[in-house]
Write a protein that binds this ligand. Structure first.
Ligand SMILES: Nc1ncnc2c1ncn2[C@@H]1O[C@H](COP(=O)(O)OP(=O)(O)OP(=O)(O)O)[C@@H](O)[C@H]1O
Ligand SMILES: [Mg+2]
Length: 203
């Protein structure tokens, strides 16, 4: 979608960015609703440097995750300061969803996170409730890869880094498990996490 059409096609501002964050826009495209992350409204320094860098970086992460069910599809760049992804409506994660989300949600979230890790992507901000959504089918959607790290898929150093980084995301999944499925211990499905394994099990 050309930049010139963006304003006219914007149906809603999902999130108004502050000094260093993009505006997140819900946009009507010919193919339906899409989401555009746009740094253009920010100040000159962010536009010249950080905004460009973050746009390129987050697009690269989305490209590496292409095909994963829990991750919105990258639709392409608008220009150097904005890119578009598939709109995946859903509710933000929160303690209030306890008892309302489909059974097994956290296990599906853990599986999605494992799939992401298998691609060498570590989200690192999954604790933030705005970055994990529950879609209408009760499945997890992972968004906002602005602070994600990618490691090469080969090599011993990368493998060690991956193990360490994975712990952050796994701990976030366990946090959500405690919040929305209170009383459930870490299951076999998160056996790779290790971080809190056995913590709540009787001996
Ligand atoms: N693909 C999407 N489908 C549906 N809603 C989305 C999508 N992307 C973003 N949103 C909504 O917009 C909000 C903000 O998006 P996002 O977390 O990517 O931006 P941000 O936190 O402002 O960005 P950043 O952390 O990169 O500065 C999300 O919490 C979510 O409600
Ligand atoms: Mg966010």
């Amino acid at each position: 979608m050309p930049r010139a059409e963006l304003a006219a096609r914007t149906a809603a501002v999902l999130h108004r960015g502050r000094a260093r964050n993009p505006d997140v826009l819900l946009v009507e495209s010919e193919a339906g609703r899409i989401v555009v992350k746009d740094f253009a409204p920010r100040g000159p320094v962010v536009r010249a440097l950080l905004g460009r860098w973050l746009t390129r970086r987050e697009m690269r992460v989305y490209r590496r995750l292409a095909g994963q069910r829990a991750v919105p599809r990258l639709l392409g760049r608008v220009d150097a300061l904005a890119f578009a992804v598939e709109y995946r409506p859903g509710r933000r994660m929160s303690r209030r969803l306890a008892g309302q989300i489909a059974p097994g949600f956290i296990d599906r979230l853990a599986a999605a996170v494992r799939e992401m890790h298998a691609c060498g992507v570590f989200h690192l901000d999954l604790r933030h409730r705005s970055n994990v959504l529950v879609d209408d089918a009760g499945d997890p959607v992972l968004i906002d890869f602005a602070s994600a790290l990618m490691v090469p898929r080969r090599g011993i150093v990368a493998a060690i880094a991956a193990r360490l980084l994975a712990r952050f995301d796994d701990a976030a999944v366990e946090k959500w498990r405690q919040r929305v499925e209170p009383g459930t211990a870490t299951g076999a499905s998160t056996a790779s996490s290790g971080a809190r394994r056995g913590a709540s099990r009787p001996t």
